[in-house]
Design a protein around this ligand. Structure first.
Ligand code: GTP
Length: 914
């Protein structure tokens, strides 16, 4: 049919048939044929409060309060007559709880590493200690380090390890006498216990957070382990306080409301960490030791929220690992505003309020920041806290910028009686001192590296506070009788604040421990049951799923390779060359120019054609020595052998292989995995492309001899004679089918016959073409169909004629090749095919079958990292569900194990206290 189209296209537009692209359809047909195809807090936590106060408030008061404590004792001596015995008792209590412990704490070097750094740099008393004290201290240092080491090794082990270590610590503490050394050991052990408990609880909270993020859970919604949430108006000093606690400047700064999303900050005390660093778990950026980089990332993440929205409740999670931070979870929120700016949404004020309200809900601990230079009655943070926590049970009031108001005014503020808080108020001067900035004049980055005495901005601020509170002893009045009843605690300094937060977090988390444990167990039971029922406890990993999928793909690939071999390539290539032979026959033999209608669009000069082409009807009777027919056949053979068989055959096989690979990835194990599909397709193309040119060249070289001479054997002739006949028969069938279709589209056989006669007459000049419509009622479209009909009729006649010739005696012998060009050209096409297939099989097919599975093993087996492997596995909805349920069960088991170990620690502490 193809040659019908080509012929017609040469003579005139032939659009309906031209749309039929035979080779493509035929190939598709061939491929398919081949099958291509944390109860209330336990005694230990409350009764241990005094011990803890000694331990933790020590450093709490250590910074600024050491001076304040000494000043307070002097003040007591001077004003003693004015106080009742009751007051003195209260004061003594307070001293026991703060000032004495301040001293103990300062002298005690059994404090955690993160506190020692600060205390060392903030306590001038400490600096003036005698060498012997230092020596004593250094031995305590060692004790502390051992404790820290023990803690660290516990953390590396499992929950049972923690418990055993802590039981050991508790036992050591239980057998201790009350000598100073023993007391210090006890302090160290308790400190380590508290740090470890807090950390464990933070870990549990994080695990539960991940589980809740992964999907709704009825039992887990009841589990609430608290975080510390920092709220305050814009520029009230929230960031400065947080940075003082962390010891680094890392939060976004700027006038254009740069805190737009909640920043969930988890501080992880890491005594053994070689360097302080942060990481954003959700971003998978790895360890970031440059805090300026952390600040830039936070700024970018915040500013990604457009001005038109201004705030978002999507939190940014940041973990900071350092030996100088306590285990804490802190959440920084956008600052409250009074009025939205022109480019901000009008609803911004209420949006921020709603976001903060969401975060300060129970059981979270509220750190309400208010600047001393703003009337506390106007403190949005305190008003919001009062609204959500009216009894002031979960709120710590932080008054910043104490240095900006007169000390007597600061005292009034710290004694805020309008909103009494059970956890009290803390006054701070959290601005980074200018001396610090000037000593690190090279800017932000240099601050991060710390200066001279190893201080960070935390120690610089603490030193500055110590000096300020030392200059203003009147502030200590606030420490004694904050609310006139001795009930409300007031402390000074960032260090106090930091310890208080740590203490409160541990206490609040402990209260929630047992209910959390119960809920985790309930959820674990449900999940375990579900996993058993749905997946029969069958473990699955992304890796094993990938391996299975790859195996299954390789199996389909092997099946395909078994079906698509040398024979199939031969059939495909022969079919292609058959079409070329038919095209050549149509061009050089199947013309009857003497009877041909005058088709209007001629692309070559008719005279030339007439002088070159002779009707094929003359062929059987042409003299044997007729050069015309010799030249015609030689030209056809030359065209066929020089038609680029190397490139054509290589392209055919490459297309067949890449098409089949596409079919396999779209229908097999990888059908729901777009990323892996691309990998398979890329590997396929790379292998095929790398062999394309060499294969094509090899084939071309090997068929070269046929360009000069083709020798035919009798059996080859016989076989080709049969094949040529079958080929013409199929061509005739297609021709007749096309004619039948044309009849139906022209209004029937009769109508088409009338139009054909008109076209014939018009060619002979018997009728005028312009009369077609007016006189005969034939539209131009009908005339075109008439021409096409005539062409098909004559082509069918020629084909019948040639079939007869092939059957005749004349075509029986190979000696009659010039009379039977169809047979001789088939012999040539067959020889070209056989030779090409030999090389295609070795150079392309076998090579591809060997290399593709190995290439996939490399790219998929070892080439995919764990993350890509997981995302690959989760592309399959069923596998995703299986993996997620399994992960949920594993996380719950881990949470249950951790929470049980924390509860066991609690029990050990109770026994120890008893
Ligand atoms: N004098 C003095 N200035 C302070 C103190 N604390 C913070 N500042 C300054 O107050 C300004 C605002 O402090 P930030 O910590 O950025 O306040 P913020 O609440 O985080 O501000 P936004 O993030 O914009 O809401 C900065 O210039 C600080 O240096 C302080 O105790 N004393």
């Amino acid at each position: 049919m193809y040659r019908l189209m080509r012929y017609a296209a040469r003579r005139r537009p032939w659009s309906p048939l031209l749309e039929r692209t035979r080779p493509r359809l035929y190939n598709i047909y061939l491929y398919r044929q081949m099958g291509g195809a944390a109860t209330s807090r336990g005694i230990s936590f409350t009764s241990g409060a005094k011990i803890l106060a000694k331990i933790v408030r020590v450093p709490a008061a250590a910074g600024g309060a050491v001076v304040a404590g000494i000043a307070y004792v002097n003040y007591q001596v001077q004003e003693a007559a004015n106080y009742t015995q009751k007051k003195i008792d209260e004061a003594t209590d307070w001293i026991t709880g703060t000032a004495s412990s301040v001293k103990d704490g300062i002298e005690s070097l059994s404090t955690p590493e993160w506190l020692k750094g600060l205390l060392g740099s903030t306590t001038s008393e400490g600096q003036q200690r005698s060498h012997s004290e230092r020596d004593e201290g250094s031995s305590h240092d060692t004790a502390s380090q051992e404790t820290a080491k023990q803690k660290s090794s516990n953390e590396n082990g499992d929950g049972g390890g923690d418990e055993a270590a802590l039981t050991g610590m508790a036992a050591a503490a239980a057998t201790a006498t009350m000598s100073d050394d023993d007391a210090e050991e006890r302090v160290a052990a308790t400190n380590a216990q508290m740090m470890l408990l807090t950390r464990k609880m933070i870990e549990i909270r994080n695990i539960l957070q991940e589980i809740s993020t992964g999907g709704g859970s009825r039992s887990l919604t009841r589990v609430q382990l608290p975080s510390i949430v920092v709220i305050g108006s814009q520029s009230s000093g929230k960031s400065s306080v947080l940075e003082a606690i962390v010891g680094h400047e890392f939060l976004p700064k700027g006038n254009n409301m740069v805190t737009r999303r909640p920043i969930e900050l988890t501080l992880i005390n890491s005594p053994d960490a070689a360097a302080e660093y942060g990481d954003f778990p959700a971003l998978k950026l790895g360890k970031i030791t440059d805090f300026a980089q952390i600040q830039r990332t936070l700024t970018d993440l915040n500013l990604a929220i457009p001005d038109s929205e201004a705030v978002s409740d999507d939190p940014i999670r940041l973990n900071i690992y350092s030996p100088h931070v306590p285990d804490l979870t802190l959440i920084d929120l956008p600052g409250y505003i009074q009025i939205a700016a022109a480019d901000q949404p009008e609803t911004l004020k209420s949006k921020i309020m709603a976001l903060c309200d969401k975060y300060i809900a129970a059981p979270n601990i509220i750190v309400a920041i208010s600047a001393a230079d703003v009337d506390l009655a106007n403190s949005t943070a305190l008003r919001a806290a009062k609204r959500i926590d009216p009894r002031g049970e979960r709120t710590i009031g932080v008054i910043t910028k104490l240095d900006l108001v007169d000390p007597s005014r600061a005292v009034e503020l710290l004694q805020n009686r309008s909103y009494p808080l059970q956890m009290g108020y803390v006054g701070v001067v959290s601005k980074v001192p200018s001396s610090f900035a000037s000593r690190t004049s090279s800017g932000l980055l240099s601050r991060f590296s710390g200066f001279a005495d190893g201080g960070d901005i935390g120690s610089a601020i603490a030193k500055n506070e110590e000096a300020y509170f030392g200059r203003h002893p009147v502030l200590t009045r606030a420490l004694i009788d904050a609310d006139g009843t001795g009930q409300q605690q007031v402390s000074l300094g960032v260090i106090n604040l930091r310890n208080k937060l740590m203490h409160i977090l541990e206490r609040t988390m402990a209260k929630n421990l047992q209910p959390a444990c119960d809920a985790i167990h309930q959820e674990l039971e449900e999940t375990t049951y579900q996993f058993k029922v749905e997946y029969n406890d069958r473990p699955l990993t992304a890796e094993s799923y990938l391996a299975q999928s790859l195996d299954s793909f390789k199996l389909s690939f092997k099946e395909f390779a078994g079906k698509f071999g040398r024979e199939q390539v031969r059939a495909m290539l022969k079919s292609e060359l058959d079409q070329r032979v038919l095209d050549l026959l149509a061009q050089r033999y199947w013309n009857r120019l003497d009877e041909e209608p005058d088709l209007s669009v001629a692309t070559i000069d008719d005279t030339t054609i007439k002088s070159v082409l002779r009707p094929v009807s003359e062929l059987p009777s042409a003299p044997l020595e007729d050069v015309y027919w010799h030249r015609q056949l030689d030209a056809c053979v030359s065209s066929l052998t020089k038609s680029g068989v190397g490139r054509t055959s290589t392209t055919l096989v490459s297309n067949a292989l890449s098409g089949e690979m596409e079919h396999l990835v779209n229908s097999g194990a990888f059908k729901t995995h777009p990323y892996v599909k691309t990998i398979v397709q890329d590997a396929t193309m790379e292998i095929l492309n790398s062999r394309f040119y060499s294969t094509a060249d090899q084939v071309e070289n090997c068929i070269k001899p046929y360009k000069y001479e083709v020798e035919v054997e009798d059996r080859e002739w016989t076989k080709s004679r049969e094949h040529a006949f079958a080929l013409l028969k199929e061509e005739l069938r297609q021709c007749e089918a096309a004619y039948y279709k044309l009849q139906r589209s022209s209004g029937g056989a009769k109508k088409l016959s009338q139009v054909e006669k008109f076209v014939e007459k018009s060619c002979k000049g018997l009728v005028k073409t312009e009369d077609a419509n007016e006189i005969y009622g034939f539209s131009q479209a009908l005339i075109d169909k008439g021409r096409e009909g005539l062409f098909l009729t004559k082509r069918a006649d020629i084909l019948r004629l040639r079939m007869q010739a092939l059957k005749s005696k004349q075509c029986k012998s190979k000696d009659s090749k010039y009379y039977c060009p169809e047979v001789f050209l088939d012999v040539v096409a067959d020889k070209l095919t056989q030779t090409a297939v030999l090389f295609l099989n070795v150079e392309l097919l076998s090579d591809f079958y060997y290399h593709l599975p190995r290439e996939l093993d490399t790219r998929l087996g070892h080439g995919l990292g764990p993350e890509k492997m997981e995302s690959f596995a989760k592309e399959n909805a069923k596998v995703r569900r299986h993996l997620e349920l399994q992960e949920r069960k594993q996380k719950l088991e881990l949470a249950a194990e951790k929470i049980e170990s924390v509860i066991a620690m609690q029990k050990t502490r109770r026994l120890q206290s008893a």
